[in-house]
Design a protein around this ligand. Structure first.
Ligand SMILES: Cc1cc2nc3c(=O)[nH]c(=O)nc-3n(C[C@H](O)[C@H](O)[C@H](O)COP(=O)(O)O)c2cc1C
Length: 417
């Protein structure tokens, strides 16, 4: 019986353990987590979601405070169109986050940055360009474009000196999305170095509608692998979403995928950015506690725990501080939903907005508990402690369990004293 370790992910003549830890914003996939994957010979992702805030926490900068102060006069205004991101600051924050991570890198693996295009930041083109270019400046090994993939994104960095040397990848949920992307990019003569196929059981946003349950990762991967073969392309396909054991991963590697991207199992790692209180919620979850809903202002369905504090919260939009989802004209579906609620209850002090959630603020405060479908199996990957909590795992333990396990086994960690 094969193990993940019997396979290698190949980029040119370099080989890696075919395990990627997926990007999890906002700083859930921390540098520490990504660095472990790289040290162990695989690939880790940091995320550039709300990078100004991440920089403030990591490097004691005051980017968010400064921006809030600058736009303070607009806080009571329901029109957010004047709020812009200072591109110099954005570049600075990105460079700090990436450079510090790359400096700490050990081992033979790689560090990529997950770049969600739905973070349109009231200036979709210029902010995305700055995010990608500054990550390249700071030495990132690769960029994974996700959530809201635009067909022209590679073109935004075509004149960067590292355009052809850094790895560039995309996340798609159908063979059609890949075909469109490749067609649009043909003129750049620059193929993606990898394609992540994310199925409907993933955490975070889903690249499907609310009919997500009708789709299946293995079928989509088979279509993508077949298409790439027919077109005689040399692009590794990375399967993602619901791959919970090494045995699950082997199934995809045997069908021709070059690697797997996994995330949910790492949400309960010590190196993960979620506070331990939230990690215990993930451990305790049962299948009925997990829901896919349309609360995200991005328009994509999102999977989360039903006990997520963000559900039904009615806080004032906080775009003066954040504003990462502003669409370029000052719009965000949460602002619309919030304003509608204010119009109905003008005198109410505490509102409840049911339709959408203020994703920036809640993700930033770890109050939006997004998770993968198999979160309810996390409790089977560790020990329950005498006080009722579950024992956290190390990223190394989880990574090696994927790499070496067979027979759908999940190795338990050594019991904590
Ligand atoms: C807590 C959490 C946050 C996530 N955030 C992001 C994100 O910011 N960007 C993204 O492209 N994918 C995100 N994802 C998706 C993962 O990167 C990954 O592709 C997927 O969850 C893999 O499936 P699995 O969780 O079943 O292993 C997130 C997943 C989780 C569990």
């Amino acid at each position: 019986m094969k193990r993940v370790d019997d396979f290698r992910l190949k980029f040119g003549n370099k080989e890696y353990v075919p395990i990627m830890i997926g990007g999890m914003g906002v700083d859930i996939s921390t540098a520490e987590l990504a660095l472990e994957a790289a040290r162990l010979g695989g690939i880790g992702h940091i995320s550039d979601a709300m990078v100004n805030d991440v920089s403030d926490r990591r490097f004691d900068t005051s980017f968010v405070k400064d921006k809030t102060k600058f736009y303070k006069h607009n806080i009571d205004n329901s029109d957010k169109s004047i709020i812009k991101f200072d591109l110099e600051v954005l570049a600075d924050a990105t460079r700090r986050h990436v450079a510090a991570t790359m400096q700490a890198k050990q081992g033979d693996g790689l560090i990529f940055v997950n770049c969600m295009e739905k973070l349109t930041m009231n200036g979709p083109r210029e902010t995305l360009q700055v995010r990608m270019a500054s990550a390249l400046d700071a030495g990132i090994d690769g960029i994974t474009l996700s959530a809201g993939l635009h067909l022209g994104s590679f073109g935004l960095i075509a004149d960067h000196p590292r355009f052809r040397d850094a790895k560039l990848g995309i996340i798609v949920s159908s063979v059609r999305a890949l075909q469109l992307f490749l067609r649009k990019n043909a003129r750049l003569n620059r193929l993606p170095d990898y394609v992540i196929v994310e199925g409907p059981l993933a955490g975070g946003h889903l690249g499907f509608g609310m009919d997500w349950a009708q789709y299946d990762l293995a079928t989509i991967c088979a279509e993508v692998v077949e298409y790439i073969k027919t077109e005689k392309l040399d692009i590794p396909v990375i399967a993602a979403g619901g791959i919970f054991t090494g045995t699950d991963a082997v199934k995809f590697l045997e069908m021709g995928c070059g690697g797997v991207q996994v995330a949910t199992r790492f949400t309960v790692a010590k190196e993960c950015g979620l506070p331990e209180k939230v990690q215990q919620e993930y451990f305790r979850a049962s299948e009925e506690d997990i829901v896919v809903n349309t609360l995200s202002p991005t328009g994509y369905p999102m999977r989360m725990l039903k006990s997520t504090p963000a559900i039904g919260a009615g806080i004032r939009p906080n775009c003066e501080a954040y504003g990462y989802l502003l669409d370029g004209n000052g719009g965000c579906a949460y602002i619309t939903a919030y304003n509608a609620e204010v119009a109905i209850h003008p005198d109410l002090k505490t509102l409840s907005v049911k339709e959408k959630t203020c994703l920036c603020t809640h993700m930033r405060n770890f109050n939006c508990w997004t998770c993968g479908h198999y979160t309810y199996r996390l409790k089977d990957t560790t020990h329950k402690l005498a006080d009722g909590r579950y024992q956290l795992l190390t990223a190394e333990h989880i990574f090696k369990d994927y790499q070496f396990s067979t027979d759908n086994q999940v190795a338990l960690p050594e019991m904590q004293e």
